[in-house]
Ligand binder design. Structure first.
Ligand code: BDR
Ligand code: CA
Length: 312
């Protein structure tokens, strides 16, 4: 299977890229605004791939949400990947846009699977512009939403809140989909001593990740109260890497688009089947998503740490 990583690097996006690229065939990285403007997330993607010696093409994507203004994540610094300087890449993004690249890959025999770790704008635009590609997306794994509190508003998580309309378009599609939300990913992160290990490992990529994670952990503590460097986005790679480390349950889902308090909240219909049938939700006809409801945290973190420390 071919994979696309659709992302906004982003500290945790960078780790997700590394983790995925070690084990999967990545045909391209598509970028989107999110943790920083798209010019910067694209620059970060190119610079990080170069540093890791990964010759994966980068396709620049959307600079703004479908209908709203861009919001600021506020934990990744001005560059989107603060904490250490990435050497400037000698490469440029490809001429093809992220949206056209997604459509191209989905049109190939066998299709493509997508790991999405930023706002869903690129995929929503691709689905709207090329309706025939839906069946060519073999599966999708999204870091976004929350089955508990949000990190951006009381109920909305950053990727979902950045472009709620886009995520809702994706949820309304027939694409087989995994989702892991902030309620789960916010418990899966690097501690201070794990960051020390990365930084002092003597390996170039690990030491870069250690440095940027130190910045990210400090920002998380100041802004969200988490005293770890959460690896939200790596959790979206798990279904394709080690599905046994997570538990998934099928729920139909939609995004609140007009709530006065809850815009950007992902609503999962977790009611018993009888109740869903007798009192159907407005999104009862949707294909259920596989929502991650539990994760083996320490095993996941050890797997991510070894993938970074052993990185050649
Ligand atoms: C998500 O928002 C971003 O800041 C992270 O990269 C992650 O994708 C977590 O809410
Ligand atoms: Ca991200």
């Amino acid at each position: 299977m071919r994979y696309i990583i659709d992302c906004d690097p982003g500290h945790d996006d960078a780790v997700a890229i590394l983790l995925a690229a070690r084990a999967l065939t990545i045909s391209g990285v598509t970028t989107v605004y999110g943790n920083a403007p798209v010019e910067l997330t694209t620059r970060n993607a190119l610079g990080f791939l170069d540093m890791a010696g990964l010759d994966i093409p980068v396709f620049r994507g959307s600079g703004t949400p479908l209908q709203r203004s861009r919001i600021d994540a506020n934990v990744h610094g001005r560059s989107g990947l603060d904490g250490a300087q990435l050497p400037a890449s000698s490469r440029q993004p490809e001429i093809t846009s992220a949206i056209d690249f997604i459509a191209e890959q989905a049109s190939l025999p066998g299709g493509v699977s997508i790991i999405a770790t930023g706002p869903l704008t690129n995929l929503a635009r691709a689905l709207s512009a090329y309706s025939h590609i839906e069946s060519g997306i073999a599966s999708l794994s999204v870091m976004g939403g929350s089955a508990g509190p949000g990190n951006t508003t009381p109920m909305a998580e950053f990727n979902a809140c950045s472009d709620p309309e886009a995520l809702d378009i994706v949820l309304a599609s027939a694409i087989p989909m995994y989702m892991v939300g902030y309620d789960i990913t916010s418990r899966t992160g690097f501690t201070e001593s794990q960051i020390d290990c990365l930084e002092t490992s003597g390996h170039r990529v690990a030491s870069f990740i250690g440095k940027v994670m130190r910045f990210y952990r400090a920002r998380q503590l100041a802004v969200t109260g988490l005293d770890i460097a959460p690896q939200h986005d790596a959790c979206a790679v798990l279904p394709y890497l080690q599905p046994s480390l997570a538990t998934y349950t099928d729920y139909r889902a939609a995004v609140e688009l007009a709530g006065s308090l809850t815009t950007g909240m992902v609503v999962f219909d977790r009611r018993p089947g009888e109740m869903q049938r007798s009192r159907p939700s407005p999104f009862a006809g949707r294909r259920p998503v596989k929502l991650c409801t539990a994760l083996k945290n320490s095993e996941v973190i050890n797997m991510i740490l070894s993938a970074i420390i052993d990185y050649p």
